[in-house]
Design a protein around this ligand. Structure first.
Ligand code: GLN
Length: 540
């Protein structure tokens, strides 16, 4: 008896629809239900893997190696349910599947149309790959009224008919506050619901985002004009921390209304987990400042999982993490000390391409020389290895072939080494030359290493998204210089973790630990890094 909740957004984009869906998922879970969340994206890219982080925010990678929308990160952080390839679909993927079927002749000569062929493919996706979930929450990307989202809306309209009492429509809207009039306005919500009605969808519940408390009279007005019961017009006011959303929505009656819609009589939610998290976020004991030296710092959505993982590290240590975002390129013009002096930790995140690389190397150098905790993730690890190779192992020309031909390629492509016979041809989960190493891979940790103490486990599984690797040809000389590769792929070929035992906390990882961190289960690397930054803050 799986039930489906379709979540659409109106009035403006960036309403926090993804967070709202994630928070509802968390409350339903807290009432004892099994949930799964899915995202339908109306853009024509097959997946967001090739989209600029500036346009689309971060690409969230799943265990099964899918490059997906960042909302799947919210879903996973709020529910702990590991997202899968089959939880995110785009117009591009739907069309390419339908066209491939058409080319194969699967449609037996029929004329292929948006309705029913595209809408059928969308419905198939929504209903596919399910288990014994009580609820599937299905978020439609974009804003109602966009041309792109029409086939998705038509598909969920049809599904509403087919599923009957097992379907529910939630519309997330905005009540803008007009300063001059001192009023919250309901008209955009009315228009947005009208737009939904024009495609045949009557929302069952409205989640109204607002900066200020919504007067009862306005809630009644919305109910009347939008043909929704007044109890099902739920205020969603701004909260101090996103992790307060499950509590706030519950207080406003969201989950009770959902249960009522489906005629379910279920015990109330146990939200103690969320209360504890909110307590820790809003009442920290002390804090530390962490500099994040990256390439897309102009759009913080580009580092969504990373900034959340730092918050989680703060939760674990009961401290506030102040994030100082620094564009790496600035170190090509200005001195590192002008920006990094006084920070308690330096994190260089993942990224692609040469822009900012010099600045990242300079940041790693600063952290090493001044004994400031350093955390390098993916490209941040690779740049640290380049820095350490140059300064500790005396390999002056150390570099990465990602940025062109280089004399001492300490970072390069596996295929380059196979060609040169440095590593034997090996069976991999794909061609490591041209394509990305994507998704979950195992790594084995070295005994008596810092990383083993942090994870407290000899094998770990983490998510990857990269093409380049540390060149095994240099391992011996780097190890001799005191640079330890304390985590390797199980076959011992690919270095996954680098650490500097002579430094208080200097760790680089080839994978993306931020993708698996949760507020109720902070990632051990972030817990340890923030802890080291706190120690550093006590020193200065
Ligand atoms: N650009 C690097 C690579 O492809 C690092 C990728 C990343 O940081 N995600 O290997």
């Amino acid at each position: 008896m799986t039930r489906f909740i379709f979540i659409t957004g109106g009035v403006v984009s960036s309403l926090g629809k993804g967070l709202a869906a994630a928070a509802l998922g968390a409350i339903l879970q807290a009432r004892g239900f099994k949930v799964r969340l899915r995202k339908l994206d109306p853009y024509i890219n097959v997946d967001p893997g090739t989209m600029s982080p500036y346009q689309h925010g971060e690409v969230y990678v799943t265990d099964d190696g899918a490059e997906t929308d960042l909302d799947l990160g919210h879903y996973e952080r709020f529910t702990g349910v590991a997202a899968r390839q089959s939880d995110n679909i785009t117009t591009g993927r739907i069309y390419s599947d339908v066209i491939a079927r058409e080319r194969r002749g699967d449609y037996l000569g029929a004329t292929i149309q948006v309705i029913p062929h595209i809408t059928d493919a969308i419905k198939e996706f929504i209903l596919s790959d399910l288990g014994d979930e009580d609820f599937i929450l299905c978020e439609i990307g974009g804003t109602v009224g966009d041309i792109e989202s029409l086939p998705f809306l038509e598909a969920i309209r049809q599904l509403g008919n087919e599923l009957g009492e097992r379907a529910m429509y939630i519309h997330v809207t905005l009540l803008p506050f007009i300063q001059a009039a001192g009023e919250l306005k309901t008209k955009p919500t009315q228009h947005s619901v009208k737009e939904l009605l024009s495609v045949g969808i009557q929302p069952d519940l409205l989640l109204c985002r607002a900066e200020h408390k919504i007067p009862q009279g306005e809630l009644r007005k919305i109910a009347l004009f939008c043909n929704v019961r007044v109890e099902a017009v739920i205020p969603a006011l701004d909260v101090d921390t996103i992790y307060a959303a499950p509590i706030s929505y519950h207080v406003e009656g969201l989950d009770d209304q959902v249960c009522r819609h489906f005629g379910i009589d279920a015990p109330g939610p146990d939200l103690s987990r969320w209360r504890d998290i909110v307590d820790r976020v809003t009442k920290p004991e002390g804090g530390a400042t962490i500099a994040i030296v990256g390439k897309y710092t102009g759009l913080l959505d580009a580092y969504k999982s990373l900034s959340e993982a730092l918050v989680h590290g703060g939760i674990a240590n009961n401290v506030r993490v102040n994030m100082k975002w620094i564009e790496a390129e600035i170190f090509e013009r200005e001195d590192t000390v002008d920006h990094l002096d006084g920070v308690h930790g330096i994190l260089v995140p993942g990224g692609f391409g040469e822009r900012g690389a010099k600045g990242k190397i300079a940041a790693a150098c600063f952290a090493r020389e001044r004994a400031i905790p350093y955390f390098g993730i993916c490209l941040g690890m690779q740049m640290a290895v380049v820095e350490l190779a140059r300064s500790l192992a005396g390999i002056k020309d150390a570099g990465s072939t990602e940025f062109g031909v280089c004399k001492e390629p300490v970072i390069g492509l596996m295929t380059e080494w196979m060609r040169e016979g440095i590593v034997e041809k090996r069976q991999t989960n794909g061609d490591l030359g041209g394509t990305m190493r994507l998704g979950a891979y195992e790594a084995c940790l070295r005994r008596k290493s810092r990383i083993l103490a942090i994870y407290d486990s000899e094998t770990i599984v983490e998510r990857h998204r990269h093409r380049y690797e540390v060149n095994t040809r240099y391992l011996d000389v780097l190890e001799k210089a005191g640079i330890h590769f304390s985590g390797m792929s199980p076959d011992g070929v690919l270095p996954e973790i680098v650490e500097l035992p002579s430094h208080p906390w200097f760790i680089g990882v080839q994978f993306h630990p931020e993708l698996k961190s949760k507020p109720f289960d902070p990632h051990p690397l972030f817990t340890s890094f923030v802890g080291a930054a706190i120690d550093q803050a006590r020193l200065v």
